[in-house]
Ligand binder design. Sequence first.
Ligand code: FPP
Length: 247
Amino acid sequence: MSSQRLDRIRLSGDVPRHVAVIMDGNGRWARQRSLPRQLGHREGMESVRETIEGAIEVGMDVLTLFAFSTENWNRPQREVSALMSLLQRYARKEPDELKRQGVEVHVLGDLDRIDNRTRRAVETIVEGTAGGSELRLNLMISYGGREEIIRSARILTERVARGELLPEEIDDEVLSSTLFTAGLPDPDLLIRTSGEYRLSNFMLWQLAYTELHISPVLWPDFDRESLFEAVLDYQRRERRFGRVEAT
Ligand code: FPP
């Protein structure tokens, strides 16, 4: 499908390699329609499909989606179960299509906390899409940014205790190599939907220099065009990484 926005993105050529998304607003979308919150999440799955398609069309390398946070465990049990069922359904249904698209799925987070059924389903999607080379898709599940940094601190202190690493050898690169996202570029662009200006414990280390795009659109209404709009906004930014403007 042709899109004027996509044409403009391609003309500019400055494509973000890694885009991360906080998918927010499913509950509000459902409430506006007097529907149960779960139906908002279900509708949000279609936006996930659209966003993956759009990411491939734009030519990104990595797309990272915040699907379930460590804080989300505190939601009512019924909603947690509904979200886990949705993940299972997605993980069982989608591998063939994702494989055809060349998407390689990775699931990142504290997976020890998820139930066996969901874990098995998640393994199915990871194994079924291994080797895809068009797009790497990170699904962040049971993920928290602070928890990830604490995990890194533990990994590094254990290495120091074993005598494999000196404290002064710990730098940006060494710490990055212990994160779930080891080996990946940091996100160039973070999109948060539903107009909220918060990071909500998402990728706290990796987002240090990331451009932010806050979209007013509720996640279930987010589509390819909304993604293209965010990328165009990114292309209008001048990224300086703390340096002064080039002369
Ligand atoms: C935030 O909306 C969204 C979530 C907590 C879950 C995100 C899950 C999906 C989009 C569907 C499943 C995803 C995959 C990858 C299969 P909210 O409930 O916080 O909305 P609200 O702020 O309006 O209440």
